[in-house]
Every structure is written in structure tokens, then in C-alpha cells.
Design a protein around this ligand. Structure first.
Ligand code: SAM
Ligand code: SF4
Length: 508
């Protein structure tokens, strides 16, 4: 597989443009939609003005996400009035959740397609050409788009997202995802491994395995899957002998083979075995499914990243119970201790919600104390936003006033900035290997890359080049024969300075 084979195809045809909102799952969904449309002769464009079909791939997770998208719909509706024949579609979670409302309130919208209806998009566009509106919001128990290799739209050709499962069965009381994305289902591992191999062959050096709850991935092999899987197992067996895993893991593995199931630790190991030059990340993990087995696999393979995103949501067991998170503060801290035992150098990041229903000042203080106790490297932090029809909206009062939510969120953000800065300061003087992704935002004389811990490091663009005078003056670099670091290069660096968001370094 060549780089150009997984990029948007050139050529003539009706032009399609997609704007993507929300999570990484939506990024890979948009790439899947481009692949589906390309098969039907459409051509991708990144210029909204020249598109014949514009799709907004939407997010419903918080009210402000939906408001932003409605505003954009208004702008595009105005554009549509000026351009006859333009097809405007809303796809993804908001399309699933607000179908009738959108059709009623935004008459310019021609297409509504939910997250499991993307295969029908060419048909829906056809219905619009015949003068109708195309709507499909059916959720599926099986759809994983397994055999469709997404057309990659990323900027750098270094890192790609790979969807390994869809939907969610957890029903956290605040969350709309189980309603908009349907039941949890895992993708055939063979198709995942094939997609990752194609990415590696095309020059990609990092994949992020994606799902709402990746560590509950579990694929039951069907009867017709068994023979090729046995072949697979033999290969893996030989490789596994080289890897020391804890006994429990080995025992668990034997049981799984007997049951013909591939779970997340097993999938992760198989992906990481594709090449030691391929970095493997994953998101998002649920604390209740963060098993010792998964940690053992991570610890045994140096190309699996030393970064775990483990959303806590709250530091109070009572709030966690109201959120239906299925763990307590103590359980969460127990999992953090297990991560530290298995990988003392792992970075731990999290998601936190401020001002959930009934949150008292003491319960909020417990979130702050959990943050201090864990010392998170990084966090996504949100104000609670009530989502219609969720368990919280149906059974609990959204009773923390908005100004209190804002004040609590600001406290959480201020503390996280302190923790991130403290963690980055500890890295000063240490050495890491980074994978270069591109130019630094601030200067073309610098490039940035990430450590295994997912921290961004900015280094001079010029490679160390002993004896070359301009090396000490990076702005002169690139004019002569001095080589530069390029996206996809691995570089050993020493950290020389930091802010709360970034590390600065130099090649060693
Ligand atoms: N499945 C992942 C998990 O459980 O950790 C994350 C899914 S969600 C797309 C990302 C984050 O959005 C959640 O971890 C949570 O912190 C936040 N979130 C979800 N619903 C929310 C709501 N109603 N209000 C505020 N934040 C919310
Ligand atoms: Fe939403 Fe909870 Fe599922 Fe995450 S695990 S997607 S927060 S219901």
C-alpha cells in the first residue's frame, strides 16, 4: 500500500467537503465517509466554496457543541441560497438526536444521517437529486465499517486514528453517547490489523486505536474465522515466548483462545507486534476495565505508549455513584497504583466534570484532592451540561448554578495547570525519544514531536551536525547541505526547559 493510495483521490467528479466537530471518533468517521463517497465517484475537496456536497459531522456531547453547529448551519444555509444545487447534510450524533427538529428548523438541510447510516450516504444524495430529502438514522447492532479503509485527511502523514469499536453500553447518567451511537460492538481484528499494516507501509509511524471504551473491546471469532485465527495464534505464540508476561496473563490468554475471543490486551499486543517502529496509542479507557492484563501487555512492549487516558469524572464516590460510573474513588486510586507499579514512567491524563447534579462544595473538594493525589499530567475539563433524555436529565435536578459551575471549573483548570507544570519541570534534564510530527506553531526553525508519554517537545529543526558552523545558528539552517528533522523521524532529545503545555529540548 502506497501513501497516495490512502490519501484523497484526485480526478473529476462531484466534490464533497466534510467539517468535523467533536471527538477523535468523528475524525475517523469523516475519513470513512470520504472512502464510501469516493467509491461512488465523489472527489474530496478541502475548499468548502467549491463543494457540491457539504456534510457537517456533528457532536452532541454538550449543549455548546450543538449551538456552534447550529450557527454554522445558518451560515451554510445562506451559502446554499446563493448556490443552486448545493447539497447540505448533517451527519453523526446531532443528526441522530435531533433529526425531526433539524429538518423542521433548518429547511436548507437536505440530508440527515446517523452514525450507523454512512453506507447509505450516496443513496441519500441521490434522493436529494430527485427533489427529496434523504434521511437515515437507523442504529445498528453490527455496523463497524470493518472492511472500509478510511481515506486519510490528516496533515502530516505520521499519526492516524483507527476505529476498533463503536457505541457504548455504559450509560453514565450524564452522557448522550449510548443514545446517539447505539450499542457497543467490536470490529473484526483481522480488518484492524490489515488497516494498521497498510498505514505502516504507507509511512505512518503512530496509530491510535479508538473507541468510547476501548478496554472493553471483545471480538468473538465466528466459526468461519477460526482456521485463519489458529494460524495467527501460532505466529503470536513464537513471538510471545520472547516476551515475559505475568502468569495470570498467560492463563487468561489460554482461556480466551479456548473461548475464541480476542479482547483488548490481545488486540493491542497484535497491533504492537506489527513493527517496533510503530507507536501504538489508544483512547479512551474506562477505569472499571483497566485490567492488570492490559498493563502487563503495555509494560512488555516498548512501542506501546506510556500514556493512559483514564477519565475519573469526579473524585467523590457519591458523585461517581450518581454518575453511574461503576467505580469508587478508592477503586480508581487502586488502578492508578497498578499503573504506577507496572509502568513507573507512564503519564496519566483524565476527564473531569465540574458541577454535576447535586455536587456539594465537599464533593468538589474531593475532585481537587484526587487531582493532587494522582498528579495528572493532563486533563480535559468540562462544566456539566444537561443532555435531554439521559438518566441524569430524567431523574436528577441540574441544581448547581452556572456561576458556581464556572468557579469550580476554573479552580480545576488552575490546579491542572500547576500539576502539568510540575510534571513538565520534573522532565527538565531527562532524555526521551520523540516522533517528529511537523513544524512548531511559532517558528519554522523548530519542529515538534511527542514523547511516549504524549508530551509535546519542541526542538531545533536542524539535525545535530558536528563541525557545521550554522548548526549553532538554527535560522541559517537549511540553506546549505545541513539536514533537517522531518515528520516521521525518531529523535533522542534532552529536555532543556518547559511551560505547563510544552517541553523544549535539544537533540542528544
Ligand atoms: N467514553 C469516554 C469515557 O467514558 O471516558 C469519553 C466519552 S465523552 C465523548 C468525553 C468526555 O466528555 C467524558 O469523559 C466526559 O468528561 C465529558 N462529558 C460527557 N457528557 C458530558 C456532559 N453531559 N456534560 C459535560 N461533560 C460531559
Ligand atoms: Fe459516555 Fe460513559 Fe460511555 Fe464514556 S463510558 S461514552 S462517558 S456513557
Amino acid at each position: 500500500m502506497d501513501f497516495k493510495d490512502i490519501r484523497p483521490a484526485a480526478g473529476v467528479g462531484r466534490k464533497i467537503h466534510i467539517e468535523t466537530y467533536g471527538c477523535q471518533m468523528n475524525v475517523v468517521d469523516s475519513e470513512t465517509v470520504v472512502a464510501i463517497m469516493q467509491r461512488e465517484g465523489f472527489v474530496w475537496t478541502d475548499n468548502v466554496r467549491e463543494a457540491d456536497v457539504i456534510l457537517l459531522n456533528t457532536c452532541s456531547i454538550r449543549d455548546n457543541a450543538e449551538q456552534r453547529i447550529r450557527h454554522r448551519l445558518d451560515e451554510l444555509s445562506a451559502m446554499k441560497r446563493r448556490r443552486k444545487g448545493l447539497v447540505l447534510g448533517l451527519i453523526g450524533c446531532m443528526a441522530e438526536r435531533l433529526r425531526e427538529q433539524i429538518l423542521e428548523q433548518h429547511p436548507a438541510v437536505d440530508i440527515i444521517a446517523g452514525p450507523d447510516a454512512y453506507r447509505s450516504l450516496p443513496l441519500l444524495v441521490g434522493e436529494v437529486s430527485e427533489g427529496g430529502r434523504g434521511v437515515n438514522v437507523e442504529l445498528s447492532k453490527e455496523e463497524t465499517y470493518a472492511e472500509i479503509s478510511p481515506v486519510r485527511l490528516d496533515a502530516n502523514g505520521v499519526g492516524a486514528f483507527v476505529s476498533i469499536m463503536r457505541g457504548c453500553n455504559n450509560f453514565c447518567s450524564y452522557c448522550v453517547v449510548p443514545y446517539t451511537r447505539g450499542r457497543e460492538r467490536s470490529r473484526d481484528p483481522e480488518t484492524i490489523l490489515r488497516e494498521v499494516r497498510e498505514l505502516f507501509d504507507a509511512g505512518y509511524r503512530e496509530v491510535t486505536l479508538l473507541g468510547q471504551n476501548v478496554n472493553s473491546y471483545n471480538y468473538e471469532l465466528r466459526t468461519d474465522d477460526k482456521p485463519r485465527d489458529i494460524e495467527f495464534t501460532r505466529m503470536s505464540e513464537a513471538r510471545r515466548k520472547k516476551t515475559k508476561l505475568i502468569t495470570n496473563y498467560e492463563r487468561g490468554y489460554a482461556e480466551k483462545q479456548a473461548n475464541n475471543c480476542i479482547d483488548f490486551p490481545e488486540l493491542l499486543r497484535r497491533v504492537a507486534e506489527i513493527s517496533p517502529l510503530l507507536r501504538v496509542r489508544f483512547a479512551t479507557s474506562h477505569p472499571k476495565d483497566m485490567s492488570d492484563e492490559l498493563l502487563a501487555v503495555m509494560a512488555s512492549m516498548p512501542n506501546i505508549c506510556r500514556a493512559i487516558h483514564l477519565p475519573a469524572q469526579s473524585g467523590s464516590s457519591r458523585v461517581l455513584e450518581r454518575m453511574n460510573r461503576k467505580y469508587t474513588r478508592e477503586w480508581y486510586l487502586g488502578r492508578i497504583a497498578a499503573i504506577r507499579r507496572a509502568m513507573p514512567d507512564a503519564a496519566i491524563s483524565t476527564d473531569l466534570i465540574a458541577g454535576f447534579c447535586g455536587e456539594t462544595p465537599e464533593e468538589h473538594a474531593q475532585t481537587l484532592s484526587l487531582m493532587r493525589e494522582v498528579g495528572f499530567e493532563f486533563a480535559f475539563m468540562f462544566k456539566y451540561s444537561e443532555r435531554p433524555d439521559t438518566a441524569a436529565a430524567r431523574t436528577m435536578a441540574d441544581d448547581v448554578p452556572d456561576e458556581v459551575k464556572t468557579a469550580r471549573l476554573n479552580e480545576i483548570i488552575a490546579l491542572q495547570n500547576e500539576l502539568s507544570l510540575a510534571s513538565n519541570r520534573r522532565d527538565v534534564g531527562r532524555e526521551f525519544e520523540i516522533l517528529v510530527e511537523g513544524f512548531s506553531k511559532r517558528s519554522r526553525d523548530k519542529v515538534f514531536g511527542r514523547t511516549l508519554q504524549n508530551k509535546v517537545v519542541v526542538i531545533p529543526r536542524a539535525k545535530n551536525h558536528p563541525g557545521c558552523e550554522p548548526c549553532s545558528q538554527p535560522p541559517l539552517h537549511g540553506r546549505g547541505t545541513c539536514p533537517d528533522h522531518k515528520p516521521g523521524d525518531y529523535v533522542k532529545v534532552r529536555i532543556t526547559g518547559c511551560s505547563s503545555a510544552t517541553l523544549q529540548g535539544e537533540e542528544v
